[in-house]
Design a binder for this molecule. Structure first.
Ligand code: UT7
Length: 331
């Protein structure tokens, strides 16, 4: 009997309308467009300004976009996974709310938190459910409202992050398309370099933690960069090697959008030409869990059935990995 694989059959996306440009950031903190552009590749990012709107607001919009494009009813979905580092609420599952709001009345739902690798890990989870034969339609949404945890007086972090959401539907495939291989890693040593100190079980929120700005993202950029650049390149090269792929066999690199220099180093190591590298960091910045699905959303029209895609991500924790996927449709 032929093996069932898990293919992406539709994608959707959403970014907020409000654009925060490097020029505007120059008026907020001691920075400049030239520094941001050369060090990160970012020109602008989107910020969710709607009142009382959290990550679910964008996740719902991305999911609705996907459902409309795929032409299916939400009641057909078996499982909704929301990959996010910025859930609506610390305890209640954002995915459960999203599933109800889009009308996925027959689905179960939960969140997955692996910082910037959340969507990559979510792809693995989705594929496992499909390959096992247990479920037929799995919706994976990567969404983050990074502006809710960023200190806009800290120039080392506020220039990097943006808000957004992307979604991908996974379904069974009998032609051998979809997820082919994965290599996922983590290392708790990274916790000290990229974190939010307060609001968790170690240091619950207090007047003191608010006063000390401990609810914002802290990043030791230099250290994270060092780990990210070598690990993302290593896993991408490894997954090519063990699947006997040369750079000619790879049509697209789909890399997490944290820093253009990390993306370039990964592409170099793989020997993949720049025109095969998906990029939108210039327009969206680092949207954490949303970078990978937003790339698929932006590049969907250029993707062809049978294309070999290499996904790679690196994030807080540390968490990182690479996935080899064969694209399953022409749009
Ligand atoms: O997505 C999750 C994983 N995250 C990542 O992969 C991010 C990895 N790290 C990075 O992308 C980079 O480290 C950053 C973009 C965060 C920083 O770039 P960098 O080249 O590592 O800069 P740096 O931190 O070494 O700082 C270089 C200089 C410093 O000045 P001095 O000490 O050389 O005088 C900083 O104070 O640049 C200064 N600087 C800035 N200058 C203008 C730091 N931030 C800024 C800024 N504008 N926004």
């Amino acid at each position: 009997m032929k093996k069932t694989t898990a293919a992406i059959t539709a994608v959707g996306g959403y970014v907020p309308e409000f654009v925060l440009s490097n020029k505007v950031l120059e008026t907020m903190v001691d920075t400049n467009d030239e520094w941001i552009t050369t060090r990160t590749g970012i020109k602008e990012r989107r910020i969710l300004k709607e009142e009382n709107a959290g990550t679910s607001y964008m996740a719902i919009k991305a999911a609705e976009d996907l459902l409309q494009k795929r032409g299916i009813d939400a009641s057909e979905i078996d499982f909704v996974l929301v990959a996010t580092a910025t859930p609506d609420l610390p305890v209640a599952s954002t995915a459960a709310y999203v599933a109800s709001e889009i009308g996925a009345v027959n689905a179960f739902a939960y969140d997955l938190q692996a910082a910037c690798s959340s969507f990559l890990y979510g792809m693995s989870t989705a594929a496992s459910y499909i390959e096992s034969g247990r479920y037929k339609k799995v919706l994976v949404i990567g969404a983050d409202k990074m502006s809710s945890i960023i200190d806009y007086t800290d120039r080392t972090t506020c220039i990097i992050f943006g808000d957004g959401a992307g979604a991908a539907l996974f379904e069974p495939n009998e032609e051998g398309l979809g997820l082919q291989d994965e290599y996922l890693r983590s290392d708790g040593i990274g916790r000290q370099f990229l974190k939010i100190d307060a609001g968790g079980s170690i240091l619950p929120a207090s007047e003191e933690t608010v006063k000390n700005k401990q609810h914002y993202v802290y990043q030791d950029g230099k250290s994270v960069f060092k780990f990210a650049v070598s690990n993302m390149a290593d896993v991408s090269a490894l997954i090519m090697e063990r699947n006997n792929l040369t750079h000619e066999d790879v049509q697209w690199l789909v890399p997490h959008q944290a820093n253009k220099r990390i993306i370039d180093a990964t592409a170099n190591r793989m020997g993949v030409e720049p025109k095969k590298v998906m990029i939108n960091i210039d327009r969206y910045g680092n949207t954490t869990s949303a970078t990978l699905p937003l790339l698929l959303y932006d590049y969907e029209k250029q993707l062809k059935k049978g294309d070999n895609l290499i996904f790679a991500a690196f994030g807080g924790g540390f968490t990182w990995g690479s996935i080899y996927l064969k694209w399953a449709y022409n749009s």
